[in-house]
Design a protein around this ligand. Structure first.
Ligand SMILES: Cc1cc2nc3c(=O)[nH]c(=O)nc-3n(C[C@H](O)[C@H](O)[C@H](O)COP(=O)(O)OP(=O)(O)OC[C@H]3O[C@@H](n4cnc5c(N)ncnc54)[C@H](O)[C@@H]3O)c2cc1C
Length: 456
């Protein structure tokens, strides 16, 4: 099957967000002429200064893609290691829990800073053409062409596009065109919670006000506050709260209500949040959506990647990581298929889809873990036992580590989540488990479970 981009090796990428920008770098390294279209203005012109600092947790899957693209050095310098989570109780007690082994950490990176850096790197390739202020409005699947609106003039522009990557996010226009084709499945679901970003500014002198080498969590049952460190000494906090109900955004309608809510549930954070009220009213309350679609491609020349294919809730810190892993896998397949997109595109769509579905499910489950369980003594005990087993039996990898510190496919991690739940139900029911958490009965139970899983 001939390369649908013809001998010129041309591709159109729609969306210059995190995944579109990174995938452009991968394509450019393969010698492609890439036309990258983005509805927003060029953030390089504004220099991404000022504004709110929003950050993301990057883990091994994200770093693997950054490595494969050959750009780790540039990204690493703006990342802050978070080797564990710091839990804040309602009365302000702290408890720290490592995420993995001593040398394992997830990393806080600035979303804007990372996006900007990726665009700068893409811009170093002479064959990358940027079209900012261009909103994709339609695709003609038969011809094949794609139409953009120049948002500065309102004029429409239709271009030929033999090979298209839709990296235009959860509300993808490329996907919308595919939704109108026969036998294309699509679902979306909003969860009952929304989120609002808030700030802990740097202390006078520029230092962090709380420990910068941790992801901070204030778990409160049905809602939670988290905080991730920024390089400038600040933290970006995110409040996840239901839109409606007894304790919800709809109840927080006055300064007094907001202040009372924070004093009651996050009292140790409040002294570090001098701009709380202004931030609360100034920043939007945003919703959280998951999307699933099938297939992720159309014929051998249109492919959805990143959130356009699999938008998930942020509770595992994996949305971007999963999108970056899409790039790693595609790039590896490019070699396996000798650059033949007619093989790569349908095969990627088929192979990767179960992983998209799995991380969607894992992320929903992790919300319950973060908001509800991280303060629960039995859950903390489970984590302690899991970490110990991980040290004692290297073949045993706790699910959090599997997702965050390995490239094991997400669908395997999801299966393992169910199995490990069964194991820990048994272990935590052992007599006197608090005192004997690393005793012979735990070993016996674990070894039986391992043997069963090996089919012995
Ligand atoms: C609160 C929150 C916290 C998160 N935390 C984490 C985390 O800690 N770790 C993690 O891995 N992930 C996290 N995520 C998920 C992560 O933000 C996304 O998975 C990631 O941004 C997806 O990248 P993307 O490039 O696919 O899509 P996007 O980042 O949405 O980029 C899509 C781009 O396409 C452009 N676009 C959209 N429509 C069009 C159009 N019609 N024409 C042209 N351009 C268009 C947009 O302007 C945008 O630039 C979080 C998400 C949220 C909401």
């Amino acid at each position: 099957m001939p390369d649908p981009s013809n001998s010129k090796k041309k591709a159109v990428v729609v969306g210059a967000g995190l995944v579109g920008a990174l995938w452009t770098v991968f394509l450019a390294r393969r010698g492609y002429q890439v036309d990258l279209y983005e509805r927003r203005s060029d953030m390089r012109a504004a220099g991404y200064v000022g504004g709110r600092s929003i950050n993301l947790a990057m883990s091994v899957r994200g770093w693997a893609a950054i490595d494969k693209a050959g750009i780790r050095e540039k990204i690493e310098k703006v990342a802050i290691a978070m080797p564990g989570r710091m839990m804040h109780s309602e009365t302000g007690e702290l408890s720290y829990q490592p995420y993995g082994k001593a040398d394992e950490a997830i990393y806080s990176v600035s979303r804007g800073g990372l996006n900007l850096e990726l665009l700068h790197i893409a811009g170093t390739f002479p064959d990358v053409n940027f079209y900012f202020d261009h909103r994709c409005v339609d695709l003609d699947l038969q011809n094949p062409t794609i139409t953009f609106e120049d948002t500065t003039t309102g004029l429409l522009k239709t271009v030929e596009a033999p090979l298209i990557f839709g990296a235009d996010g959860a509300f993808s226009a490329v996907r919308y065109a595919l939704q109108r084709t026969d036998r294309f499945n699509y679902t979306q679901q909003y969860i009952e919670h929304g989120y609002k970003e808030l700030t802990i500014p740097p202390a006078p002198g520029g230092k962090h006000r709380i420990d910068p080498n941790a992801l901070h969590i204030w778990p409160r049952g049905n809602f939670m506050l988290i905080a991730l460190p920024n390089a400038d000494g600040s933290f970006t906090c995110t409040l996840f709260l239901p839109f409606e109900g007894a304790v919800s955004f709809e109840k927080l309608t006055t300064d007094v209500a907001v202040r009372d809510f924070f004093d009651r549930y996050f009292s140790d954070a409040v002294p570090h949040m001098p701009t709380l009220i202004d931030d609360f009213w100034g920043n939007p309350t945003a919703s959280l959506v998951t999307t699933k679609c099938d297939p992720w491609h159309w014929q051998n020349r249109i492919l959805l990647i990143g959130d356009a294919a699999h938008a998930i809730v942020p509770f595992y810190g994996q949305g971007m990581n999963a999108g970056f892993e899409d790039c790693t896998i595609l790039d590896t397949m490019y070699d396996e298929y000798n650059g033949d997109w007619s093989g790569i595109i349908p095969d990627f769509s088929r192979q990767r889809k179960p992983d998209g579905d799995a991380i969607l499910e894992l992320a929903l489950r992790n919300f319950i873990e973060m908001r509800d369980l991280v303060g629960d003594p039995m859950f903390l005990l489970r984590k302690k036992i899991a970490a110990w087993l991980h040290e004692e039996y290297p073949d045993f990898i706790p699910v959090y580590s599997m997702v965050s510190f390995t490239n094991i496919p997400y669908h395997v991690a999801l299966h393992e989540h169910d199995r490990q739940n069964e194991l820990f139900r048994e272990i935590l029911a052992l007599p006197d488990i608090e005192a004997n958490w690393n005793g012979p009965a735990v070993r016996e139970c674990f070894e039986r479970w391992m043997a069963e899983s090996a089919g012995l």
